[in-house]
Write a protein that binds this ligand. Structure first.
Ligand code: IMP
Ligand code: MG
Length: 186
C-alpha cells in the first residue's frame, strides 16, 4: 500500500488497482477516445455517483471539444448485487438526439445497467454511442454487452474506492481495493 490510511482498514491489505496505475491507464484510454471522437458532436455522460472520479480524470485527458451531462441511476438489488431493474433518479439536462454519446461508467458487473442505458439513450436518437468503463468483471456477465473501452479486468470480488462504494461509503479512497468479506457478510 502506498500509504496507510485509516479509511483503508476495511480493505484487504493488497490494493487491487493503485492511483498510479489508474492515471497511466486513463491517459491511454483518453488518447484512443480522442482519436475515435475527432470531428464528432461529442457529449460525455457521467453515470453518478460511482463514475464521478473516473469521469473527471478521464475527460480532462480527452483533447477534444465536448459537452458533459450527468445521469443518476439506481439498480435495485442487495448491497453487493444488482437486480437489473434500473430506475433513473436524475435524468440528463439536455437531449442527446443527433449527439455522439460516450457513456462513462465505473464498473460492468452483470451488464444489466449498461444494457439498459444503451437502449435508453439510443431510443432518444443518439447518433452514435460508445461505452467506457474503468473496471470489468467478465465472470459475472449475465447479458451480452459491447463495451468499447475497458480500463482493467478484475476478478469476481467486491471492490471499493475511486468512486465505487459499499453502502455509499469508501467512494473517496484514491485507490481501488477489495472489501474484506466480513464487512458485508452478516
Ligand atoms: P451491473 O448492472 O450488474 O453491471 O452493475 C453495475 C453497477 O453495480 C455498478 O455501476 C456499480 O454501482 C455496482 N457494482 C458492481 N460491482 C461492484 C463492486 O465490486 N463494487 C462496487 N459496486 C459494484
Ligand atoms: Mg454505480
Amino acid at each position: 500500500m502506498t500509504e496507510k490510511r485509516q479509511t483503508y482498514a476495511d480493505l484487504k491489505d493488497e490494493l487491487l488497482v493503485t492511483r498510479e496505475q489508474i492515471a497511466v491507464r486513463i491517459k491511454e484510454m483518453a488518447a484512443q477516445i480522442t482519436e475515435d471522437f475527432r470531428d464528432k458532436d461529442m457529449v460525455a455522460i457521467c453515470i453518478l455517483k460511482g463514475a464521478a472520479p473516473f469521469f473527471v480524470d478521464l475527460t480532462r485527458e480527452i483533447d477534444l471539444p465536448m459537452t458533459m451531462d450527468f445521469m443518476a441511476i439506481s439498480s435495485y438489488g442487495s448491497a453487493t448485487k444488482s437486480s437489473g431493474v434500473v430506475r433513473i433518479l436524475k435524468d440528463l439536462d439536455k437531449p442527446v438526439n443527433g449527439k455522439d454519446v460516450l457513456i462513462v461508467e465505473d464498473i460492468v458487473d452483470s451488464g444489466m445497467t449498461l444494457s439498459f442505458l444503451r437502449e435508453n439513450l439510443l431510443s432518444r436518437g443518439a447518433a452514435s454511442l460508445k461505452i467506457v468503463t474503468l473496471l470489468d468483471k467478465p465472470e459475472r456477465r449475465r447479458v451480452p454487452l459491447t463495451v468499447d473501452y475497458f480500463g482493467f479486468t478484475i476478478p469476481d470480488e467486491f471492490v471499493v474506492g475511486y468512486g465505487l462504494d459499499y453502502d455509499e461509503k469508501y467512494r473517496n479512497l484514491p485507490d481501488i481495493g477489495v472489501l474484506r468479506p466480513e464487512i458485508y457478510e452478516d
